[in-house]
Design a protein around this ligand. Sequence first.
Ligand SMILES: *[C@@H]1O[C@H](CO)[C@@H](O)[C@H](O)[C@H]1NC(C)=O
Ligand SMILES: *[C@@H]1O[C@H](CO)[C@@H](O)[C@H](O)[C@H]1NC(C)=O
Ligand SMILES: *[C@@H]1O[C@H](CO)[C@@H](O)[C@H](O)[C@H]1NC(C)=O
Ligand SMILES: *[C@@H]1O[C@H](CO)[C@@H](O)[C@H](O)[C@H]1NC(C)=O
Ligand SMILES: *[C@@H]1O[C@H](CO)[C@@H](O)[C@H](O)[C@H]1NC(C)=O
Length: 706
Amino acid sequence: MNILFQVCVGVFVIANICSVATSDAVCEDEYSDYYNSTLEVYKRTLDAWNKDLLTITALHYPGGIRMSNKFPSPTRCGSLDDIGLVAPREPDLLSTNALVHLTQSDFVYGTFIIISPGTYVLSEDIVFEPNPNYDWFPRSNQADKYPGASAIPGTSDKVGPYTMGFFAAIAVASDDVTIDLNGFTIGQSEVHALQQRFFAVIELGNSPFIASQGPGNFGSTFVAPRRCKIHNGTLGRSAHHGIHGNMGTDIQLHNVVIRDWEVAAIALNGFRRVRITDVVAYMKKDIPVMSPYSQIRFIRQFVKLTMRKDVQEIQSNSSRPLVLKFSSSHPYRGNEELTGQNILDNLNSVLQPVLQKAMMGFPSGWKDEIYQNHPESAFLINAEGKVDGTPYGMLIGMAGVQVHGFKTPEQTQNRRSSDVFIRNVTVYNLRARVNEVIGLSTYLSERDKRVTQADYAGAIFVFGEDFGVSDKEGYYKGNALSDAHAYLNTFTSSIKAVSDRINSTDALLTIPDELVDAWIRRGSKTNMEIVEESNGNYKFACGWDDMRHVIKGLMGMRIEATDRIRVENVVFDEIINTSPTSSHKYCGSHDHTVNSRADTVHEDVAPTTFGFVVAATNDVQVRNSYVRDLASVNGDIIQWSTSRTESRGVQLDLSSVFDAMCSAPSPADSSRVFPNKPVVRAFPFEFGFPLDNTNGAGLSFCVERL
Ligand SMILES: *[C@@H]1O[C@H](CO)[C@@H](O)[C@H](O)[C@H]1NC(C)=O
Ligand SMILES: *[C@@H]1O[C@H](CO)[C@@H](O)[C@H](O)[C@H]1NC(C)=O
Ligand SMILES: *[C@@H]1O[C@H](CO)[C@@H](O)[C@H](O)[C@H]1NC(C)=O
Ligand SMILES: *[C@@H]1O[C@H](CO)[C@@H](O)[C@H](O)[C@H]1NC(C)=O
Ligand SMILES: *[C@@H]1O[C@H](CO)[C@@H](O)[C@H](O)[C@H]1NC(C)=O
């Protein structure tokens, strides 16, 4: 028998150790309702695992594998050089006498932008909720301070980082800054976290996007901070990130709790010399709404724009319709006629009941109350309370947005992160139910390319059943947002004539009229019929979340496009993914290609739970770190992946992998079993298992593909 078989035997043995050490009774006592409800799934998975492991290995490693470098733990693959853990030295902050005390009053009218060196000390807890009487947006008369502040998107003097509202409580746009949280907490109010869903408590930079990125024009001047330290306190509620930024240098984060974020505790893109120590982070527990809530907030300004006199005139001259008119034979919407004002009113009125609940602090039972009394708002409610996009505990990646697929090393040149040191960090309670939203891809002949249709603020044009947009058969029913998309689609060229913000953005609502007529206005064809009759012109677009971002699963830590990173004493705990599998009805089998700019080959990745993911990275060491309590109801658990794209010099103390599977870093925890199959796709790949459950000591191996 070959080595492959021995590896399998090894794995079987581990599974058995875990199972034997675990009495089912103890197990079931320990399972919460959630685990109880999925225990059967796990048991079935274990059986299936034992049965299909040989099939799986044959599939993934057709040439066989070789096991070598048998060491006592920790072991190494690839380079045997001991690179050692080298912390970047503490940045020297410029000595400046500037000492600024921050109080609530500094945040009443918007983001506190730090533009000069100094130490900024919180003097009290800060609850961020500026401009509640201006729909929580920057006022247009604040545009000098907050470029982009403008309710109506228009000419170039209106573009800028604040185009999508107050994206941070503090924006660091200066070198040599210390933010001393001084034991206090700063975060969004419950209401602000609802109204401004695109947010970081601290943004490292003057804008959330580097030049030329982002859903809109965020301006061309990007300022990244050098020498910034944030320490000693709590970053509270945030609809996206605790800390987010691009291209900073010499950044330190020490002794900070980051709680109640929804997308990532820390996301640093294209940073050099970062030191993150003594951090505890956990995700928000009950996320109130699905992403259309935010999309409606942003799209309203474009509906308003269509109602402007000049746009109406351009539209009239173009002989395209000024209203969205359904035909009398429409099965759901017969004879309805919606003006821009109607569309806008409908958008506002579906938001209103949810906003009211937020103002009451989301009293218990609020979701049921909305389902019963405001069914038109039901599509906005996040029933499970889990994030519906791709979240991370921590993300270190390349400069710019992380919304596409994993990058190859070549795609990351000049934008990589480097010299990152992370020690003593605990991240827990990561939960996701990633929502794949079926979109529409059309072929644009003038540009000879396919695009997945999305609105001017990035929201996907829903072409499936999501959010009740169509019925089970695929006939259009619509909701306030999809009606707005249909209406705006007819205005795209008129809007482009007046708004350089839109004019400069790619792939907008450019849906052919014939499709809108048949599917939406007449309701005479199902989405399937339209695709089938189109000779390949129209396709269902799969693998996207609702913001047209590539779905990548749930990750404890994503390390991508980084040179030299050390991760030590880091724990990711409770990473639970309840995402459904891909919508096979529209998307075919598991393996389908996303029509994405990133050209990602998409597997059924939404339900995948990852511990560490390393992609396009060189020289990584992860030591004495654990991922534990990983769960996926419908997919794989991959505790450690280097397989998405090529990485080099990756070293992991893999006791963590099997601790994750057996979830046994301490005897008290040893009763939990997550018998999902480990998926090993990285070569060379290290794997190992503990000989005893208490200290991680064990054997580990280097596995190479033959
Ligand atoms: C767990 O599930 C079993 C079988 O479905 C049921 O009998 C038991 O009462 C459940 N336990 C809890 C704590 O819900
Ligand atoms: C703040 O953090 C520094 C180190 O970054 C530490 O020396 C100091 O004692 C802390 N102060 C408080 C009040 O926690
Ligand atoms: C780890 O960080 C926590 C704060 O998050 C701190 O209390 C603890 O002392 C740190 N442990 C070590 C060994 O530095
Ligand atoms: C619309 O058409 C009228 C009549 O041809 C013309 O006078 C006017 O300038 C046009 N308006 C726009 C915005 O193109
Ligand atoms: C839109 O783009 C076209 C082509 O680049 C340009 O000629 C036109 O002036 C732009 N319109 C606006 C309003 O910026």
